[in-house]
Design a protein around this ligand. Sequence first.
Ligand code: EPZ
Length: 424
Amino acid sequence: MSEIHIGGFRRLQGRIPVQGSKNGVLPMMAASILSDETTVITNVPAIQDVFCMMGILKFMGCSCTLKDGELTLCPAGLDRTDLPEEYVRQMRSSIVLLGAVLGRCGRGSTCYPGGCSIGKRPIDFHLQALRSLGAEIREDGCCVQARAGRLAGGTIRLPYPSVGATENALLAAALADGDTVILGAAREPEIEELCRFINAMGGEVSGGGTGRIRIRGKKKLHGCRFQAPGDRIVAGTYLMAAMAGRGEVELAGVRPEHLKEVIRTLERAGAVFDISETAVTVSMAGRPLPLQVETGPYPGFPTDLQSPVMGLLCCASGVSRIRETVFEGRYETAAELEKLGASVTVREGEALVRGRPVLRGGRAGARDLRGGAALVVAGLAAEGETEIYDCFHIERGYEDICRDLRLAGADIRWQRQEAKEKEN
Ligand code: EPZ
């Protein structure tokens, strides 16, 4: 297993190119099976979740190759409509394949995706959306069987702007017979990009990025070539890392308009920004100011940056309050941050972070993807060596967080356990 070791505080200075968007690419990979023609997606990060989705598509008969950020998907050989349990358990976002395979083949089956430590993560909105398009859904406690001769366009009303349920609805509606309207749709940039992607395949989608999306079902879609956007959550993580390192760091390959609320929040913590079309530079001197942060669906403060901002606020010059409103179990990292000398109290659905003048290096474990990133942020501000274990969580979404932060001068490296074992 791999660990991350951080030597301690260093003023960060430099330029970091940001990887392609994990949460943008995964639904595009699912959408690729809506056609039997080859699709190429560029700016694809080499991360575990992408490899996992490639594994599922190969299991279903597609061929996939990823080389230098270019992902070639050939779905002509698709010959299965059941999603492999071992992968679905690993990665919840595989569930959006159900809408795609239902749209393409008229049937599909899957086990329930694993929840994880951030919350239960049910799929009731997904199934309700597919039923609105005429799918017959049978659930038998652990598996879901979906069937539909051909899906019929209809009106889908989402009770909550669920990202995944919006994606599933989009993928099922793209080949349905007739028009579909999704009301209460998620407005995340990843949804807008997915709508653009489906249009690049010959689809007819409008309203992506708004709460009301219209899809005109097509009989057939074709392959396409598409560039994935930069990962706004990785970018936000690195902005916070730069602030913990009290330096000046430029992030390239991001769209500042996708980071508006994050930038506004970090400005309130004392950061200064210089923004261009495709880059964001953040400067920070001294400790961050304390904040009141509440997460919410886009364009609110992203839940995926709640743990990293908690990691940053552990060294703020006062008491911060963080309220997580999207996932009910996303405070697990608080206990790990306390191993680095932080003071975080979770009470009545809110985290109270008492900023410390100095954090101390220590040994802590990543509990989930963004919680692991939060430990990196805190470790960069700490005095003394920090060791982070269970970094497989981090590798699901960050191509190489050590490589990237070293570009800004961080004293951070991978400690590959297998390499160490070999030495012994
Ligand atoms: C996507 O997850 C992202 N994952 C998450 O990023 C992100 O945190 C989340 O959207 C919110 O922005 C991918 O895109 C692969 P939701 P998703 O459906 O689609 C409840 C990361 O770190 N809900 O918008 O699963 C759900 O339990 C990951 O990159 C239902 O109750 O999120 C949660 O409380 C973590 N029933 C809320 O809605 C449903 O059928 C939001 O979930 C679906 C969701």
